[in-house]
Design a protein around this ligand. Structure first.
Ligand SMILES: NC(=O)c1ccc[n+]([C@@H]2O[C@H](COP(=O)([O-])OP(=O)(O)OC[C@H]3O[C@@H](n4cnc5c(N)ncnc54)[C@H](OP(=O)(O)O)[C@@H]3O)[C@@H](O)[C@H]2O)c1
Length: 308
């Protein structure tokens, strides 16, 4: 067979939309996009679309029977970190139990699984992290995502990949939630100030770069753990300043604060970020610099606005 059959879950989310866009434009893949909604939220993308809630075991089994994927890329997740603290049952069902369901189906059908995971499985005391570093999640979201990683391994020997990423930003169509970079652009664009922390550090990831890394994992039929993020480590404050500068917005509206003043329901790891050498050497992964990514994002936002 010349192409791989790829099942993408959570296809209406930020990463899901980008992955559908990139993979369905290549002749190497037959893509089936799935999400909870009756219709796709994205336009274009030469792929099939089916409604799928990954917590519905019977529906998951039906999609496997109908499509028999070579590989599943699980982009579906309960990603609202603070809500995960109060909505623990739903968080666990989506981020852990549903991955177990997907992995079991993969074992039955001989499919591979790419489970997308997070820097929040680490405690943030010794970032930036490499793939073999020891997880120690601080939040319920982090615990549920770590359980999801372990569930994915049940797909069987050499049939699982864990692709971890960090603070993802980008543009999409009708996204159900914003991301940090878009939020800063929107707030400052309205002349409103933002308070951002100076004592949390990340390697921000441009969604098209993450999709590029995952596409290569699929194309090269890789196995194991990969860290896929930007290369540069910034404080959240530095990131907000870079966004304001790139979009010609007022940096004076960005008010520095720190974790002790800025409390949120879920505990955030102070210093994460990833070392991406393995992805660079094994996959030829080449992320944009933050400056170039923001420049590209501004072009994408204009194109999306014009297409409305
Ligand atoms: N965004 C980040 O900063 C970040 C950082 C590290 C890791 N990650 C990981 O990256 C992956 C992709 O996240 P993202 O940034 O694309 O987030 P996102 O935009 O929130 O996408 C997640 C998608 O999953 C969907 N979903 C939730 N429950 C579902 C269910 N039961 N069945 C099917 N779909 C369901 C959501 O739909 P609704 O909108 O309807 O809920 C949403 O469209 C996730 O695994 C996340 O943990 C993200």
């Amino acid at each position: 067979m010349l192409y791989q059959r790829v099942l993408i879950t959570g296809a209406n989310g930020l990463l899901g939309q980008e992955l559908v866009r990139q993979m369905s434009s290549r002749p190497d893949y037959d893509v089936l996009a799935t999400a909870r909604e009756d219709e796709p939220k994205f336009s274009g993308g030469s792929c099939g679309y089916v409604r799928l809630d990954i917590t519905d075991e019977r529906a998951v089994s039906g999609v496997f029977q109908d499509f028999s994927p070579d590989v599943v890329v699980n982009c579906a997740a309960f990603t609202q970190v603070d809500r995960c603290e109060s909505e623990r049952k739903t968080c666990w069902q989506v981020n852990a139990d549903a991955v177990n369901t997907l992995a079991k189906q993969c074992l039955t059908f001989g499919s591979r699984i790419v489970q997308v995971s997070t820097d929040f499985i680490f405690d943030g005391l010794e970032g930036p992290y490499k793939e073999g570093d020891r997880p120690n999640p601080l939040s319920y979201y982090g615990r549920s995502k770590l359980a999801g990683e372990n569930a994915a391994r049940r797909a069987g020997m050499e049939h699982w990949v864990i692709a971890r990423t960090v603070l993802v930003f980008g543009a999409g169509e009708n996204l159900s939630r914003s991301n940090f970079v878009l939020w800063v652009i929107e707030q400052l664009g309205r002349g409103e100030s933002v308070r951002v922390v100076t004592d949390q550090f990340r390697t921000p990831t441009y969604a098209p770069d993450l999709a590029q890394g995952i596409e290569r994992i699929v194309r090269f039929k890789k196995q194991g753990v990969y860290h896929i993020s930007g290369r540069e480590l910034f404080s959240i404050y530095e990131l907000a300043i870079a966004v304001a500068e790139a979009f010609d917005l007022d940096t004076q509206l960005i008010i520095p604060t720190d974790g002790s003043e800025f409390t949120q329901p879920a505990f955030r790891p102070p210093r994460t970020g990833f070392l991406v050498l393995k992805a660079e050497t094994e996959l030829g992964y080449k992320p944009h610099s933050l400056k170039d990514a923001l420049h590209d994002l501004s072009r994408r936002l204009i194109a999306l606005e014009e297409a409305k």
